[in-house]
Design a protein around this ligand. Sequence first.
Ligand SMILES: Nc1ncnc2c1ncn2[C@@H]1O[C@H](COP(=O)(O)OP(=O)(O)OP(=O)(O)O)[C@@H](O)[C@H]1O
Length: 248
Amino acid sequence: MSTPTTPPSVPSAAAATTAPTAALRCADVTRTFGRGDAQVHALQGVTLEVAAGELLVVRGPSGSGKTTLLNVLGGLDAPTSGRVWLGERELTAVPADEVLAARRDEIGYVFQSFGLVPVLSAAENVEVPLRLRRVPAGERAERVADALERVGLSGHADQRPYELSGGQQQRVGIARALVAEPRVLLADEPTGQLDSATGRRVMDLLRELVHTAGTAAVVTTHDPELVARADRVVDLHDGALRGPTVAL
Ligand SMILES: Nc1ncnc2c1ncn2[C@@H]1O[C@H](COP(=O)(O)OP(=O)(O)OP(=O)(O)O)[C@@H](O)[C@H]1O
């Protein structure tokens, strides 16, 4: 009786290479506000990572720490303890001017209340991140036109925010966040001020753009409908991630 032979195991190329670095990750992050009896533990031991091209939704009730988490991930606030990395660079270990440069060059922000400059047109609002990065004027004009086209607002370039609907304003906000092709996009309740149909359309657009551009996105919400647009969902409760990660 012959013994079946096992083919020699050959290590695959995939196994031999190291896993790609997450676009954004944090480990054991805590953020405490106040002192003594007034102390609030807004984040408690949060560890997560987001890959390029992935849309992660952080879901949680009001006061669960969502905004605090985005602020810490985006270098707008420093954690009380724990570490944050943007690609391979540890944001929590570099000087403030490097954090500022990383925020300017590698992160796009979308705000619940849009955050547009009222005296600037839609195109001028979208142009702001390119001006901050000293992109030459000709290239700025091209990239702004392209970004407005991608969010379906080519015909509205010269309008001021007050001349646009809420959904259109948030699309300008998304174009502004993505125009400079940041590595990471952070959006805090981006549909919180929109009616549900408009909110769904804005979230669909955000998802499509993030996937196309390969941006790592973290979006906070407590709207169950928006959760369905996520690639992955984590639940935040009282500042801590709860339960298994849900992959959709
Ligand atoms: N600067 C601050 N000083 C003191 N407490 C703060 C500060 N910022 C946040 N907190 C507290 O930290 C906790 C988490 O707040 P956070 O705003 O992150 O929650 P959230 O989930 O974003 O809430 P919402 O959905 O209502 O925006 C809350 O108890 C809040 O009161």
